[in-house]
Design a protein around this ligand. Structure first.
Ligand SMILES: C[S@@+](CC[C@H](N)C(=O)[O-])C[C@H]1O[C@@H](n2cnc3c(N)ncnc32)[C@H](O)[C@@H]1O
Length: 306
């Protein structure tokens, strides 16, 4: 089953993986907003490049961000559109593979990919392409946020299932998840979602499966650095109030702009008080336009480390 088929099929029931999806939207919006603000206080625009049915896109839009949500699953996008309308939120959605974000117009303060989308990419080349594509959509001084399962732990523990999620309905539904690891020491595994639905004559079952490739923090960090990111930080789930660890990263000097080698990012300089005051007085877009246009763009971009 392809990733697109998996999420197309799951779209009407994807919320069942949460005890209460509306509460999850709110909690995740709070957590990701706080994480974004901790590194980029003036952020306004967000590209959610694996938005699915919109858990984070809805939560962030309701906190005032201007959001574009993209995904490969058209049915997930259709549902996300309806959910946004239902909540009175103005969010744009469109289909795009996150490896091909360059085909989209515009650049953003923040590009996010939350809840384990990148591990659907099964080769180093695909992950590298996705990270480069995310980088390409960031304004200078922007921020990338990626959340994935805690694979440093899971590659050791190799969990074969997660606790079943019981939804009271009616009809009552139970979501069971199985992880079939290809081998005890490899990164590849298949996830099976079994959704049991109670009916008048008994229980029926639907089955959906997808392939994943676990990627630990070190491998993700190296891939992000190769894509040109700098100031790469990992945030523990419990520290940020999210249910997965998150990686945040800033775009380094762009090769085209500075000629610098993205594998060797510029050194981190602290922001001076006067620069900080000036930046706080400016709007994000004015600041970013000035950085882009200024002959001293490289210096300012370097000072923008948070
Ligand atoms: C676990 S879901 C999370 C969705 C959303 N972030 C949420 O939490 O509701 C992962 C999403 O990644 C999307 N995805 C997987 N591979 C993708 C790709 N190559 N390009 C864009 N989206 C992709 C899937 O379609 C799915 O919607």
């Amino acid at each position: 089953m392809s990733v697109i088929d998996f999420y197309d099929e799951l779209a009407p029931e994807y919320h069942l993986i949460y005890e209460d999806w509306n509460i999850a939207i709110d909690h995740q919006g709070v957590a990701i907003d706080r994480l974004i603000r901790s590194r980029l206080p003036d952020a306004q625009s967000v590209l959610d490049c694996s938005c699915g049915i919109g858990t984070q896109a809805l939560g962030l839009a309701s906190r005032g961000y201007k959001v574009l949500g993209t995904d490969v699953s058209e049915r997930a996008l259709d549902r996300a559109r309806l959910e946004a309308i239902h909540r009175g939120l103005d969010i744009a959605f469109m289909a795009c593979d996150l490896r091909e974000l360059e085909t989209l117009q515009g650049t953003y303060d923040v590009v996010i990919s939350c809840d384990n989308a990148l591990p659907h990419l099964l080769t180093d080349d695909d992950v590298a392409q996705a990270l480069r594509a995310m980088y390409s959509k960031l304004l200078p001084g922007g921020l990338a946020v990626i959340t994935v399962r805690d694979y440093d732990k899971e590659l050791v523990e190799r969990p074969v299932t997660a606790a079943p999620r019981v939804n009271p309905g009616p009809p009552r539904k139970v979501v069971v998840r199985l992880h079939d690891w290809d081998s005890p020491d490899g990164p590849m595994y298949t996830v099976h979602f079994l959704i049991l639905t109670e009916g008048s004559t008994g229980w029926s079952i639907s089955h959906h499966s997808a392939r994943y490739r676990a990627i630990g923090r070190e491998a993700m960090t190296l891939a992000a650095a190769k894509a040109g990111f700098t100031n790469i930080r990992w945030h523990q789930a419990e520290d940020i109030g999210f249910y997965q660890p998150a990686m945040t990263a800033l775009p380094g000097w762009r090769v085209g702009l500075s000629g610098a080698n993205p594998l060797f990012p510029a050194p981190r300089l602290e922001q001076s008080d006067s620069l900080s005051r000036r930046m706080n007085a400016d709007s994000t877009s004015a600041r970013l336009n000035r950085q882009r246009d200024s002959p001293s763009a490289r210096v300012v971009a370097t000072r923008l480390t948070r």
